[in-house]
Design a protein around this ligand. Structure first.
Ligand SMILES: CC(C)(COP(=O)(O)OP(=O)(O)OC[C@H]1O[C@@H](n2cnc3c(N)ncnc32)[C@H](O)[C@@H]1OP(=O)(O)O)[C@@H](O)C(=O)NCCC(=O)NCCS
Length: 222
């Protein structure tokens, strides 16, 4: 039986949204999977650089229960905010996108609405929550656990059994050594090497990573 083509919209109009549009095309080249309808954004007068298909804001989805949506916004707190806006008007399914060149090993799980970019490697037993971004060439090793709304920038190295709590943001080329824990809504700077657990709501940078800032608990809801 032929599988049904999925009607898809991308929420966002910035760089990550364009990258996800590209990813959708790459999936379709391998196997026709999506009927891409256009982009949604809260600023409907915006135009993405490669298309003018801004269909509307989150309310565009109401009354269209079959259309799936992926929230392609690089900022973790903004993805949470948009997910809540969408849920305030509809229950449409969130689409997971996995680039054809990503390697996904045995016993890995990837939550709804998550995005896995080109050249990423998830070895085995890796668990990703919902609305997670794993950007290009990142590797996640055995039993790494990544909760909802985490953002991982290009080329990060997440070693075995690391856990990254909700909303944390891991910078480009950061390394987190095995078994370490990153607290919710914390930021790991580009190029940092994390060798100790990181608490919630802080920013760490450098090698070895050290704390340079702290935010109030719950900041992401404002
Ligand atoms: C960590 C980060 C969020 C800090 O941003 P910020 O809060 O605006 O901090 P500032 O730029 O004011 O820098 C504060 C201090 O930390 C240092 N610093 C900032 N980022 C650093 C990094 N990645 N590595 C080492 N030191 C860093 C600065 O040099 C500065 O030091 P100083 O006080 O001695 O002058 C940011 O620099 C960063 O690395 N972001 C990740 C970006 C990324 O990976 N993007 C991927 C997009 S796909």
């Amino acid at each position: 039986m032929e599988s049904e083509i999925i009607d898809l919209v991308i929420f966002g109009a910035g760089g990550h949204a364009r990258e996800m549009h590209d990813l959708v095309k790459a999936i379709n080249q391998q196997k026709p999977t999506f009927n891409f309808l256009g982009f949604l954004d809260q600023s409907t007068n915006l135009k993405t650089k490669d298309t003018d298909l801004i269909l509307g804001d989150h309310t565009w989805l109401s009354g269209k229960p079959k259309v799936r949506v992926v929230i392609a916004i690089g900022n973790s707190a903004s993805r949470l905010h948009v997910r809540n806006l969408i849920r305030s008007v509809c229950n449409n399914e969130f689409q997971t996108l996995i680039h054809p060149t990503a390697y996904i090993g045995e016993n890995c799980k990837i939550g709804d609405g998550s995005m896995i970019s080109a050249g990423t490697v998830l070895t085995c037993g890796v668990m990703l929550g919902e609305h997670v971004i794993v950007n290009v060439r990142t590797s996640l090793s055995h039993e790494a656990l990544v909760e909802d709304f985490v953002t991982i920038a290009p080329n990060a190295t997440i070693c075995g059994a690391v856990s990254i709590a909700t909303g944390a943001d891991i910078g480009a080329s950061a390394t987190i050594i095995q078994l370490k824990k990153i607290g919710a809504w914390s930021i790991v700077g580009a190029g940092a090497v994390v060798i100790k657990d990181v608490v919630e709501n802080v920013t760490v940078v450098g090698n070895p990573a050290r704390q340079i800032a702290e935010r109030k608990s719950g900041w992401q809801n404002n």
